[in-house]
Design a protein around this ligand. Structure first.
Ligand SMILES: C[S@@+](CC[C@H](N)C(=O)[O-])C[C@H]1O[C@@H](n2cnc3c(N)ncnc32)[C@H](O)[C@@H]1O
Length: 254
């Protein structure tokens, strides 16, 4: 499952769109004055670079991702910034010694993992006691289209959370997962992401691709597909289009 729709261009686009959320996610690291901070599943490295600039040269920010193309992109985009580096690797086996890392951040990573508990254990291993972990996740089942077709909307949420995304309920389960893996002082904050046109919803949420994929896989009938498209087009043309979804920031300490 989990056919990858995102590439470097998408991650840059969503990076701009989610700017405020990203800024909030950096604040638990602001008291760190030295050592290593890791951004896991770093993609094109936007957050690693932002953190490196924000935390100063005594803090080394290390981005980790298993996608070679994204790591190459991150390396060339960060040339000249001395306190950021990128490693290609799996988050299940981090190249850090026990209790050697001063902070760990990850954004929209846990939803893609097939063995999330292995990653939580690994993060617990490498993080120093009392130091922060920040996780940004999508709440896929909060996706709302504001149409009369509530049954179709429910099918789309179900498809995303239970079928399309490897670990589609990841965001909903963060508190439990963090506490079960020994983390403390868990706090959640939610953010509402809004798109106001079909074009935006397709760009940031892959709406058109997902609807077509569901139709082609028989998850939506021809009538459901047509009726939903009609409703979305009418809302778009009348300027009433709105698709929203929540994201959560979980912060905790080891
Ligand atoms: C939706 S992207 C988010 C990228 C970045 N955090 C951001 O906010 O722009 C998810 C990232 O996690 C990476 N990823 C997924 N599974 C991984 C794993 N097992 N180990 C390392 N990286 C992984 C993907 O390659 C991708 O770059």
């Amino acid at each position: 499952m989990d056919t990858k729709h995102y590439g470097a261009g998408y991650l840059q686009d969503t990076g701009d769109f989610l700017k405020q959320l990203k800024m909030h996610s950096y604040s638990p690291f602001e008291t760190i004055i030295e050592g290593v901070v890791a951004d896991l599943g770093c993609g094109t490295g936007i957050d690693a670079v932002n953190l490196a600039n924000r935390l100063g040269s005594a803090v080394q920010v290390v981005g980790v991702d298993h996608d070679a193309t994204l790591i190459d992109h991150a390396k060339s985009a960060s040339k000249g910034i001395s306190n950021v580096s990128f490693i290609r690797g799996e988050v299940y086996q981090l190249d850090f010694k026990d209790e050697s890392v001063s902070g760990v951040r990850m954004e929209r990573l846990v939803q893609h993992l097939t063995a999330p508990q292995d990653m939580f254990r690994e993060v617990y291993r490498v993080l120093r006691k009392g130091q922060p972990l920040v996780i940004v996740e999508t709440i896929w089942n909060s996706l709302t289209f504001y149409t009369q077709h509530v049954a179709i909307e429910a099918k789309i949420c179900h498809y995303l959370t239970a079928e399309k995304v490897n670990n589609g309920w990841a965001g909903n389960k963060l508190t439990t997962d963090l506490l079960a893996n020994g983390f403390q002082e868990v706090q959640l904050q939610t953010f509402n992401m809004v798109t106001r046109s079909r074009e935006e919803a397709s760009r940031y949420l892959f709406l058109d691709k997902i609807l077509l994929e569901m139709f082609e896989k028989g998850k939506l009938s021809q009538a459901e597909y047509d009726n939903f498209q009609l409703a979305l087009n009418q809302l778009d043309e009348s300027g009433c289009f709105l698709v929203s979804m929540n994201l959560v920031i979980a912060q905790a300490k080891k």
